[in-house]
Design a protein around this ligand. Structure first.
Ligand SMILES: Cc1ncc(COP(=O)(O)O)c(C=O)c1O
Length: 374
């Protein structure tokens, strides 16, 4: 079976992980943790990077660091993984869902504007499917309403917005290094920020609330354990050293799909705004004949994955009334969107098989209108 995703592991990853194991530094102290944090901060153009156990924990840590409280409202886009909403719920706050733009699949700033209430404290802008959100417009709305903004950049490693790296576009950013992400630590996550005081607070909250001047066993804050292991960071250090190769190979796959499908009558392709340099995460298309395409790919042994279901329909949002705004664009994406296998070692031959499957489900003579159009 051709899986939708597969991490790129070479002898360098093996070497670093074995080195970490042999050194005895298998827990969350060790040289790879510091090295990874320094490298990730530098790559994101941000002064502070903090490793954490996963992307959900990264979001939670940011929300805890910002002092989000029970009953606060945090605006999130409807096209995202449920983790974005679960992180908001984990601190007792209400995720208020708004629609995305057809041009970016990311949060619509006008919808954000319409969703602000006296209880709204902040915004999580998600860079969905590798494409950066329109941060300038989101920022303008947030500033008028005195809201903080953070980025959920779990899927958008090293993407660029108007020639600035994601991760340095707001008050803070969360990343995931799960196995299907561009760079992976097996599991893993990170937050970045340019706010030194927020970073200090988050470093303490990551480790049970122990601040630098506290007794190790008598913390002065109420925190948790979000520490990432030296083992995971060893894997991540190797991935980051190989970043050009990994990104280049994924870009080759995305370009091949785009070139082959540019004029396909059956599908619309994931859009790219002219100011965006997206990260080559999971290349995705929309088609009203999704079930046929899924079935055709499945019969050829090729895995595909539906786009995330609209967040407003999920219990994490519904049970606290965060679903009060219409989300027609993300609803349509959820019904028609399909992600295709995208990873560095994917051969041109498999790309051709996927393209052939798409061609076989609709022809010029029988056009399929895919929704929504940019
Ligand atoms: C947009 C988004 N946010 C958050 C997460 C959570 O990351 P993790 O799975 O590492 O907890 C993910 C991915 O898994 C994601 O895609």
């Amino acid at each position: 079976v051709i899986t939708i995703s597969r991490p790129s592991i070479t002898s360098l990853e093996e070497e670093y992980v074995v080195d970490a194991v042999r050194s005895g530094w298998v827990s969350s102290h060790g040289p790879y943790v510091e090295r990874f944090e320094a490298m990730w901060g530098w790559l994101c153009g941000e002064t502070e990077a903090i490793s954490v156990t996963n992307g959900t924990a990264a979001l939670q840590l940011l929300l805890m660091g910002l002092g989000v409280r029970a009953g606060d409202e945090v605006v999130v886009p409807s096209l995202t993984y449920v983790a974005t909403a679960n992180a908001v719920r984990s601190v007792g706050a209400v995720p208020v869902v708004v629609d995305v733009q057809p041009q970016t699949w990311c949060m619509d700033a006008d919808a954000l504007d319409a969703a602000v209430t006296s209880r709204t404290v902040g915004v999580i802008a998600v860079h969905a499917y590798g494409h950066p959100a329109d941060m300038d417009r989101i920022d303008a709305v947030a500033r008028r309403a005195s809201l903080w903004v953070i980025e959920d950049a779990a899927e958008a490693h090293l993407a660029r917005y108007k020639d600035r790296a994601v991760g340095a576009l707001a008050g803070g950013a969360a990343f995931s290094f799960y196995g299907n992400k561009i760079f992976s630590g097996g599991e893993g996550g990170a937050v970045t920020t340019g706010d030194r005081r927020l970073a200090e607070r988050m470093r303490a909250l990551r480790n049970q609330g122990v601040r630098s001047h506290d007794d190790r066993f008598a913390p002065s804050l109420v925190g948790s354990n979000f520490r990432l292991s030296n083992l995971a960071c060893a894997l991540l250090c190797a991935q980051l050293e190989r970043r050009d190769d990994i990104v280049e190979q994924r870009t080759r796959v995305v370009r091949a799909y785009r070139a082959a499908l540019a004029s396909a009558p059956s599908v619309t392709l994931q859009p790219t705004a002219d100011w965006a340099t997206p990260a080559p995460w999971l290349f995705s298309v929309c088609t009203e004949r999704r079930w046929m395409l899924e079935d055709t790919l499945d019969r050829d042994g090729i895995e595909s994955r539906r786009l995330f279901p609209a967040l407003s329909g999920l219990v994490a949002v519904r049970e606290v009334g965060g679903n009060r705004h219409p989300t027609p664009v993300s609803d349509a994406l959820a019904l028609t969107g399909l992600s295709l296998p995208t990873y560095p070692d994917l051969s041109d031959e498999v790309v051709e098989r996927v393209v052939a499957a798409i061609a076989s489900v609709a022809t010029d003579a029988d056009p399929v209108l895919a929704a929504p159009r940019a």
